[in-house]
Design a protein around this ligand. Structure first.
Ligand code: C5P
Length: 274
């Protein structure tokens, strides 16, 4: 008998701890060098055998489309497979933390599980962040997102994510770059502890931060608030924004930061990374 039990998938938040833009291809896509980690929270997907319906719930479901604009639907088209998907949204959309890309990767994993198939190839064609989201743990991302190298587990890393609830269009941020030939990330130290990793991160950048702030100045306000917090060791934007992270020494410090930085209009979330 065919197994019709639902398949659960978590789509964790993706955070670019560092993101260097090192070049641009003829087709306009940018060459990247990025250290990517994942949070211990994210969207939740339930897939059951079916012809491709998508339903939503969760605190951040408002305004999320359920038609072909949703990356879950695009992932089914890309894979040429369907399932009925229920998506519980906990991550803000168009926020630089892979809300859509992580959902798409979780959909591809769930479809492969339900249909007993391999994952599709060349998933960067579905979105530059999909290959790294399919790995779902610390990795270096290069090329246009198509070259992903999983890393040995990083030391414990905690912090707070803040999104000022403003959507930032990724293409506009890339277009506003003033330099596209920045140096790659320096070599990661071997077997770093938390402090060494944070010290190393201070020698890296997110090259999309300045253009994103130029387009969406509130990102600068969020970074300022984070860096003024006594427990914040490093404040930076993730992806093309607008979500920023502040790293702390411990989980308790991250929770305390989240409480101090609570804001009625902002999404503020303590997290641990992996
Ligand atoms: O691949 P994805 O749909 O996430 O990319 C969104 C947009 O971001 C692209 O249309 C492109 O303008 C820009 N982008 C880029 N170089 C990359 C990834 C994305 O220029 N490596």
């Amino acid at each position: 008998m065919q197994d019709t039990s639902p398949v659960q998938q978590i789509a964790p938040a993706k955070i670019n701890l560092a993101l260097h833009v090192t070049g641009q291809r003829q087709d306009g896509y940018h060459l990247l060098d990025s250290l990517v980690v994942f949070a211990d929270m994210g969207d939740r997907l339930t897939l059951t055998r079916g012809d491709g319906s998508l339903t939503l719930s969760g605190p951040l479901a408002a305004g999320v489309p359920t038609d072909a604009r949703n990356l879950v639907v695009k992932a089914m088209e890309f894979a040429g497979l369907t399932a009925d998907v229920h998506l519980e949204k906990h991550l803000p959309a168009a926020a630089g933390i892979g809300g859509g890309s992580s959902d798409a990767a979780a959909t591809l994993r769930g479809l492969a599980q339900i249909h007993g198939t391999d994952l599709p190839r060349d998933t960067h064609r579905l979105g530059a962040d999909i290959p790294v989201c399919l790995i779902g743990r610390a990795a270096r991302m290069q090329g246009i997102g198509d070259i992903v190298t999983p890393l040995p587990p990083l030391p414990a890393l905690h912090g707070v994510l803040i999104n000022p609830r403003v959507e930032v269009p990724t293409p506009s941020v890339f277009k506003a770059l003033t330099r596209r030939d920045n140096p790659p990330m320096p070599d990661l130290p071997e077997g770093p502890d938390t402090r060494t990793l944070i010290d190393w991160l201070k020698t890296t950048r997110n090259d999309l931060e300045a253009p994103a702030i130029a387009i969406t100045p509130i990102i600068g306000t969020v970074l300022e608030r984070l860096s003024q917090d006594p427990d914040c060791r490093l404040a930076r934007m993730s992806g093309s924004g607008a979500t920023c992270f502040g790293l702390s020494d411990t989980r308790d410090a991250a929770e305390a930061m989240a409480q101090r930085l609570a804001h009625p209009k902002w999404w503020v979330q303590p997290v641990s990374f992996r």
